[in-house]
Design a protein around this ligand. Sequence first.
Ligand code: SOE
Length: 423
Amino acid sequence: MSTTQLRIGMVGYAFMGAAHSQAWRTVNRFFDLPLRARMEVVCGRDSVKVAAAAERLGWAEYETDWRRLVERDDVDLIDVCTPGDSHAEIAIAALEAGKHVLCEKPLANTVAEATAMVAAARRAQARGQVAMCGFNYRRVPAAALMRHLVAEGRIGTIRHVRAVYLQDWLVDPQFPLAWRLRADRAGSGALGDIGAHIIDLTQYLTGQRITGVAALTETFIRERPLPAEDVQGLSGTASTDAMGEVTVDDAAVFLARFDGGALATFEASRFATGRKNALRIELNGSEGTLAFDLERLNELEFYDGTRPADEGGFTRILVTEPTHPYVGAWWPPGHLLGYEHSFTHQARDLIEAIATGTTPQPSFEDALGVQLVLDAVQRSAAAGAAWTDVPTVEHSMRDEHNALTERSEQPDLATGSTGGTEH
Ligand code: SOE
């Protein structure tokens, strides 16, 4: 790898590909970093569409085969911006080809895939490679400030975690059966797509782990028009009379406990009519409360319970001071940041981790921790909201290691031999 350049290859160029491209274009223009991101190659199956995406998003070249991309020796990092069913295959191949990896959330569609990705990332870490998962909301300045205040003890012991992520882009029954509505492509619906964000964010903000859940999920509209070829992402248009089955949840609600003793409620829904991207988290502590709303992402509400009662009340912190996380690189106080800045901050922290040889957060282990909660929620909902414990990452990795060991000790039915086969 060059000592001054970080050559990027990105797989996928829809909504997340556009957000990541914006980050790679801006990160070195606003942050003074030891490595300069070079947008070398964008990859997609359709040569005409990916060529147009390269032009529009600012990539030097385009590629139609991700397997060729991960083997190129003029690329240092693979940025995975594809649907969840290809995250594991692409990220593991890239790590084994010696690349750093940034992988969109959720890490994978199953715990088995996620544990295999963590194992590959651990092997790659020994070779000096890093792997990060794209839970970008950690890097909204107000969220990063919230984490700082909690870690400083400003709200004391956390008693309640209250998290919702509400959208309404599926309320129209004519919205077509996009990939996010198919379990074979996305793994789950609102749960893995937006529920994953509030699971990661609450574990990050509190510094604690979810230890158990009791959940309900629902699919309100079970059949939708099949999409035309060109339907991408969220803004689909119904295109055919043929109907297809929705095989994921439209909404998930669950109770949870954190290992620090807090009680929690979570809601993830694409049917919250009128709520467009309402990620809201409130933490009630023994000394105060903090509350964040993504639809007002430059603000943080803080109730300081240590102030004299007759001065009590919520303060609306405008998170635009140069001393606030990331803000100093942008504009003067009061000039506000947006959704896309969180991706630039993500790229900044990833470049810093690569340059300093440290593990970027959220790591693939952190993302496996989210995957374990997603899986527990699905198991609980399938068992009528039964209380379901969430395994630890290390427990899950031991299971994966044991399963691999057992498989390698099985006699190979073709040759009758046991143990590692020669490749
Ligand atoms: C769609 O629900 C979506 O694009 C998610 O996939 C993203 O992760 C979230 O940031 C915005 O909404």
